[in-house]
Every structure is written in structure tokens, then in C-alpha cells.
Write a protein that binds this ligand. Sequence first.
Ligand code: TXA
Ligand code: MG
Length: 346
Amino acid sequence: MGRSGRYWTESEVMQPSVMSSDMDTIRLGADDAGVAAAARLLGAGKLVAIPTETVYGLAADARNPEAVAGIYRAKDRPAHNPLIVHVSDLAMARKFAHFTDAAEALAAAFWPGPLTLVLPLRKDAGLAQAVTAGHSRVALRSPDHPAAQAVLAAFGGPLAAPSANPSGRISPTSADHVLDPAAGLGGRIAAVLDAGPAAVGVESTIIGWDEDDKPLILRPGGLAADRIAAVLGQMPGAATGQETGQNPPAPGMLASHYAPDMPLRLNAATPLPGETWISFGAGENGLNLSQTGDLAEAAGNLFATLRKADALGLPIAVAPIPMRGLGVAINDRLARAAAPRPVAKT
Ligand code: TXA
Ligand code: MG
């Protein structure tokens, strides 16, 4: 019997990959049976959260309009915010978008990996319209995680997958985060494939190109800008948010996102009395992003640490994080977590 009191069906009990069932959302093991079960559910149009190297994604068949509509419903995601399509590799990606030389070079250098490319959608792509929110460009990424790759191979098609969190909340870096009935999607999705904590910890870097073919970072993320610049031979610009018309940069990059319940104070040299302190570097007590001041380690710990701090129910203060390498993505997420919240929906 699941924790919510629902009795498992006979086929679920017979399914060796089922680890537990939480409020009707099944936790699958990241073994062959779990991967096969995930692919079967996806083929039936169901929603399955899958591990990637960045964060857990909420996957659905990108060609199935009902399945894609289910993603927006489960996350309560605004309809104008398009989804990243996950592919096995460049060969699969070419079915959905027109690749320029620059895009080919980036995919060759960094796929599979934490890089998303926003490219012109092919007319014959066959993706559900809601995946691109009606735009003429599609975001594509090949994830660097054995379980994600195994699900893609078993499923044999493109998977639309935003981060597996309710819209506006902190992204999940573990299956427990996904299943959390309050701050997660437990009970709203068919299953989560549990492969342990995500290694990179912040979402992929998103690159697009403006009308003059100048590369733009639409979202800083798990791949540092200087590594992209080394391949492109130029530093990509930063999207200003002023780009309008048919293809706004990354509609999901609204000011307030990744919102914990507690207020967040940034660049805090020391905590004030009554604050939960998140530090960076040696010699600090309490929650720490990296004792050695390692930015990759800090990115890996960021979202889990924010959740832990939030659960303590006190205002949160975060130490300054250097603005270099992965620090750019960390500071971006922290700034959004600290931004004023929109008025709550009633
Ligand atoms: O690491 C990641 O990218 C994770 C894992 C699961 O792959 N996914 C992820 O998805 O972060 P999501 O939906 O949480 O964020 C995707 C961002 C949003 O800001 C969205 O607006 C933008 O990508 N995006 C998606 N399609 C786009 C498009 N066609 N043009 C511009 N921006 C797009
Ligand atoms: Mg997200």
C-alpha cells in the first residue's frame, strides 16, 4: 500500500523497479526495469520526472499535445513559457531545428551536457505546438546523464522537459524534491525515476542568436560562458530582456523565480540575529555551499541548501558568491530567489 493509502495495482506490485508510491506518484529505480517502465509511461502520454545532470526534468512526449498540456497543468506553468526538448544526440536534434555552423560546433563540443540551443524550428518537426509556446524557435538539449539517455533511447523520441518543480519554485535536484507534496509535484505526475542527487545542480546554459546572428546567453547556467566563447571565438552577449517580437529571449526568466517561502538577503557579510546563514568558503558554521570555495560544488549544493534553509522558517542571508565561472549562474538564481514576489494567486 502506498503512503497515501492507495493500494498498488497487481502490475505495479509485479514491477520490480517500483521502489515506493507516494500519493499516487510512483518512484522508479534507475535500473533497466525502471527505465523501461518510464519509457512505457511516456509512450502512454504520462508525465515522468527524470534525472539529468543539471536538475530533474518533468518529461512528456514532445509530439503529443495532450501530454505536453499535462506538463503545463502539473506545474501550473504559464502557457507563454516554452519547454526545452531533450534529445539523444545531434542526429535526433537535426530533425527538429535548423542548425547553423556555430550551433553545430557548440553541440559537438558540449553535448551531451548542460547547454541548451535555441534554434529555428523545422516546419516538419512534428512537435506539439505548446512545446514552443507557438514561437518559431525551439530549445534543444542532450542531457549528460546515463538514466536520461537510457530513457531517451528506450522511448525513442523527443522529450519535452522543464524543471520538475511547480512554476516559480526552486528546481529539484533529487527525487525527494520532486515528490515533496508541498514544494514539489507528488501526486500530480505518474512517476519519478530516482537516480540520486543531480551533479551540476543548476539548469543548463541557454544560448540563442539575435537577428544579426550574434550569440546571446538567454540564461546563465551549468556551462560557463568562457567555455562557450572558446568554441565560438567570441564572447556571447547577455540577453537584455528588451528583445521583443516573435522570439523573446527566455520567457521563463522572469524576475521572481526559484522562490523560497522565506525572504532572502544577498551578499550578506554576516548573518543578523534570527537569520539562517548560508555561507561560502572555509570557517563558517551552519549551512555552507562549499567549504573549499569551489563554485562547481556550490552550484551542486545550491537548491538543496535553499530548501533546507527555507524549512527552518527564518529569513535567509547568503554570503557573497564570486561572479566568475559557475558563480554567474549561482548569482542569477539567488537574485531571482530574492526578487519581490508577484501577488499570490487567490
Ligand atoms: O537544465 C535544464 O535546462 C533543465 C533540465 C531539466 O534539462 N530544464 C529547464 O527547463 O531548466 P525550464 O523549463 O525550467 O527552463 C527552460 C527555460 C525557460 O526559461 C524557457 O522560457 C526557456 O528555457 N525556453 C524554452 N524554449 C524556449 C524557446 N523556444 N525560446 C526561448 N527560450 C526558451
Ligand atoms: Mg525551471
